[in-house]
Design a protein around this ligand. Structure first.
Ligand code: G3P
Length: 231
């Protein structure tokens, strides 16, 4: 079943120290609390080794950050999609900018996620708007559940992707042309409720973000503010 990501905030824990191991469980607990208090759709994407502990501790959806198209058996060191599902993940990121894959490597992962009922969020993002839109169209043709467009140069900074409305609108339009059933998220530099609001205004269903929450002095406060943009 596809996870409902309408008007949502997907918090990518990446490998931030503040979002690893016991701290991942604590931070996911904060996300869970805010989801409840703000009545918001919040998802956490955690490291593979943290999926089980986080999924047991919270009721919001937990995603993996990556899967590999390997089978049970001889695949040492790869991430078995069945294992993330069994650990409690209900979806997965695929081809995040920090773990980028070619389109032909994305396809088997999207197919495997679909087969197992894991909701897929495939990231897109190249140096220029044109290249990002081209890549996004190729990914949309694979029919993932979601595409999250993130310009790599804005990731981890304080300038929001929404300062590039042409890019966000362009991606939304491009995906609609290829497959209107694929939904669009966007991310990079999203730090405030206004950024979230603008992302929705530009036609996305929500945002994918990390440092605005993982590195915040007060993650609960930061997330509460981000949620205001969903209202
Ligand atoms: O996956 C989310 C991400 O790449 C954006 O990171 O820190 O700019 O919100 P950040």
């Amino acid at each position: 079943m596809t996870v409902d990501l309408d008007r949502s905030i997907v918090v990518n824990f990446k490998t931030y120290e503040q979002a690893t191991g016991a701290k991942a469980v604590k931070l996911a607990g904060i996300c869970d609390e805010v989801a409840e208090e703000a009545g918001a759709n919040i998802v956490v994407a955690v490291q593979a080794v943290d999926i089980r502990a986080v999924a047991e501790a919270v009721s919001i959806p937990v995603f993996a950050q990556h899967i590999d198209p390997v089978k049970y058996g001889s695949s040492t060191g790869w991430i078995l999609p069945e294992a993330v599902l069994e650990a409690g993940a209900v979806g997965t990121l695929i081809s995040h900018s920090e773990h980028k894959l070619a389109v032909f490597d994305i396809e088997p992962r999207v197919n495997k996620a679909r087969e197992l009922g894991l909701t897929s969020i495939v990231c897109s993002g190249m140096e220029s708007n044109e290249e990002t839109i081209k890549e996004t169209k190729e990914i949309a043709a694979l029919k993932p559940d979601f595409i999250a467009a993130e310009p790599p140069d804005l990731i981890g900074g304080d300038v929001s992707v929404t300062t590039r409305p042409d890019l966000v609108r362009g991606v939304v339009e491009a995906v609609k042309e290829v497959d209107p059933d694929v939904s669009v998220l966007t991310g990079a530099g999203v730090k405030t409720g206004d950024d979230v609001h603008d992302a929705l205004e530009l036609g996305t269903r929500g945002v994918l973000l990390a440092s605005g929450v993982t590195k915040a002095e007060d993650p609960k406060k930061a997330l509460m503010d981000l949620c205001k943009g969903l209202e």
